[in-house]
Design a protein around this ligand. Sequence first.
Ligand SMILES: Cc1ncc(COP(=O)(O)O)c(C=O)c1O
Length: 375
Amino acid sequence: MATTAAGRPTAFASPHYEMRVIASVDLRAIRHNLLQVRRYAGDARVMAAVKADAYGHGAVPVARALAQAGADALAVACLEEAVVLRRADVGLPIVLLEGVLSADEAAAAARLALQVVVHAPWQLELLAGLPAGVAPAVWFKLDTGMHRLGFAPQQAGPLHAQAVARGWSLCGWMTHLACADEPGHPLTGQQLQRFAGALAGLPGARSIANSAALIDHPEARADWVRPGLVLYGASPFADRDAAGLGLRPAMNLDARLIAIQQVDAGETIGYGAVYAAERPLRVGIIAAGYADGVHRVLPSGTPLLLGQRRVPLVGRVSMDMLAVDLTAVAAARIGDTVRLWGEGLPAEQIARRAGTLAYELFCGLTRRVHFRYHD
Ligand SMILES: Cc1ncc(COP(=O)(O)O)c(C=O)c1O
């Protein structure tokens, strides 16, 4: 931080300009986490979930890092996401997890050599409408108990027959577990049984495991695992942290201290006056708010990280700012960097305070956040 001769801050330290909210993404951590995934996955191949802009981390740089580190395929939710990766020349198979939504998308998917998940009869029709000689590469999705997408398990035989009759290339069979992150949940065993039963005797690769199943359900690893969250260094479990699983957080979200207020006991802070100072407080105003992706529901007491010290949020998060109690950090100065989540302050902990998951925090970052990549 630059200071005047009198020791007062002049401006932020950058020779150009200093950014407000910065998401620093460490691609080395992504590669490390992929190696960890490989350790859990055994012989299974890895289809890395990079949907939703790589869970808010930036699809292209993340996909390139994953390709470099040896991922076998990438999974995205929709055609638009696949197009971004193809334009960036990421040279891995790409799987469309929700498949195609229209005849145009079916044609585009074939042109881009995408592997499409087929989860419903109307999608079979879209693929059947492709011109003769265009053979789509398909994953059939079975609904074994999640009841979100997929054919009934007893449809597996007829689906296979249809793929053979139409000359489609069968990549494999997929299902998704509803409760893999809840140890001992009976639905997981039921889903695994239904999947195995439905596919007995049928050819084609099997894919079941998300991050939680990859770690906790070796019997679900099958031919392809489909991890997302763990690649970004967060734990899918409520009771186990990422470090204990051998993962490194890939994102640090940092913002700047832009004002310091001395608030008397009994005064309130921020919108709605929901927080009243019980004693005189030194309050720091951080330039990050819900318009950046910091959840407004975060309660007072939620920790942020200033250097090595945790400082508690006080009052409501507003659109562009939030306030913290700086009383414990006498050395805090305008321009200091304050961590919202990342190393030293797992996103999972912040998510819990907001009543949500790290998935939603990551995906909720807005376009106002600046991204920096470290490699
Ligand atoms: C079909 C499918 N497979 C895999 C994943 C990856 O899940 P996770 O991020 O929990 O590993 C998702 C994510 O929601 C998904 O929808």
